[in-house]
Design a protein around this ligand. Structure first.
Ligand SMILES: [Zn+2]
Length: 429
């Protein structure tokens, strides 16, 4: 099939490209990027007033299959990803059974090939059963397609174990993705520890519970030479530790989530809305401002969703008992456009860096570019349309969004995966 994306603003920071032109795709490969491209018989996608960029990737998605298909599965999760503008997602291993061996990785790869709307890159567990004790067989998982390793949802508590994990990962050149939570400090905390937790009478999760774990994991990465990626950074202190480590030349990268960028603990209300219960928790407005500043100065490598679907009956529990997390795949891009691009905090090139190219290099995934000769993984965005975040908006099985009821600006209209439409005219194909 020949496809002509006509007259869009083509943005690719890797190519230092930001100009209005056409993109020609033949048999899934980008064959020409330039002005006034003519291609007889091509299917034309009119892109006037739209942005064309390398396909977005989410490096932190919970697809919930196997084991929790009532929350989400590979089909519905990748459908939500396409709807949100992503051409690929990285799937976290805290499924049931846990993705901690080669056969579990193979299951996910095969399921994604059968039912996936976008590419799925499996992340394997660091330790068997996410127990933080014995090392998982990284080599077997890499052989089946795992791209990185994480015990996401839990911090590895024992520093000696983390050292062995990183020593082992180095032998494969693998990236270790850390969920930074010191359980001795966090205890049963459910919201940020401070004035708000006191006022609401909820157990606090202090920012030190994250800062201490981030500092420890950076030190161990420095000791072992392991590539370290820090998941969902939420505190100014953790961000500063990453900034200083990068200046020292440590191989560390980090991600932040839209909910930590655009919400803070003031979103917690006397109604105890469990949609606002996250791990790590929503922090202070000062933390939030520090994270936004980190997007611009290069400390933050990726905006990642931590898409955490849950069934309505689970979130309908008392605040202390409800599960942590919000869905994120479908709101991330509209939130970034509304809160950062429309306010001139980020450029489109920054968005491509933080949601397409940066996350891929953080996890050592193959790069996706708009260079001629590349595979056509592409996201096309309408920056002006209005999007109402209602239950009907979601393609995900779960509607536990912290952003329900808001109206946002901008949305992906097309997603191409290997030159094939995953999203067309705003509808999942
Ligand atoms: Zn997660």
């Amino acid at each position: 099939m020949t496809l002509l994306l006509r007259g869009g603003r083509v943005v690719d920071p890797g190519l230092e490209l930001d100009e209005v032109c056409d993109v020609l795709i033949e048999d899934g490969i980008i064959t020409k990027v330039g002005k006034d491209v003519v291609a007889a018989g091509a299917t034309v996608v009119e892109c006037a007033e739209k942005i064309i960029m390398p396909g977005l990737v989410d490096v932190h998605t919970h697809l919930r299959e196997p084991g929790f298909e009532y929350k989400e599965d590979v089909e519905s999760g990748t459908r939500a990803a396409a709807h949100g503008g992503f051409s690929a997602v990285c799937a976290m291993p805290n499924t049931n059974p846990i993705c901690d061996e080669g056969s579990a990785v193979r299951f996910l790869v095969e399921r994604a090939a059968e039912r996936g709307h976008v590419r799925v890159h499996p992340i394997g567990a660091l330790t068997v059963g996410l127990k933080g004790e014995s090392l998982a067989e990284m080599g077997d998982m890499i052989a089946e397609g795992a791209v990185a390793f994480s015990d996401d949802g839990k911090g590895v508590q024992d520093a000696g174990t983390m050292r062995r994990v990183m020593d082992y990962a180095v032998t494969f050149g693998a990236t270790v993705v850390c969920h930074c939570e010191d359980e001795a400090l966090v205890g049963k905390g459910v919201v940020n520890e401070g004035v708000v937790s006191t006022r609401l009478g909820l157990t606090g999760w202090p920012s030190a519970g994250e800062d201490v774990a981030v500092a420890r994991d950076i030190a161990i990465a420095e000791l072992t030479g392991c590539r370290l990626h820090l998941a969902h950074i939420s505190t100014a202190g953790a961000l500063q530790a990453v900034r200083e480590a990068k200046e020292r030349g440590v191989a560390v990268t980090c991600e932040v989530t839209p909910h930590h960028l655009f919400l803070d603990e003031d979103a917690l209300t006397p109604e105890y809305d469990t949609a606002m219960k996250m791990n790590p928790p929503l922090r202070t407005s000062a933390d939030r401002a520090a994270l936004v500043a980190g997007l611009k100065d290069g400390t933050v490598d990726a905006i990642a969703t931590d898409h955490a679907p849950h069934a309505a009956h689970e979130k309908a529990l008392e605040f202390e008992l409800a599960p942590f997390g919000t869905t994120g795949l479908e709101t991330a891009l509209p939130l970034v456009i509304t809160n950062l691009v429309a306010k001139d905090t980020l450029t489109w090139s920054d968005v491509a860096r933080l949601m397409a190219t940066g996350p891929r290099s953080a996890l050592n995934l193959p790069p996706v570019t708009l260079a001629e000769g590349s595979v056509a993984d592409i996201t096309i965005i309408d920056p002006e349309c209005r999007v109402e975040i209602t239950p009907a908006f979601f393609e995900s099985k779960s509607g536990n969004s912290a952003f329900l009821g808001t109206t946002l600006l901008g949305k992906a209209t097309e997603v191409l995966v290997g030159g094939r439409f995953a999203l067309r005219n705003g509808k999942v194909v």
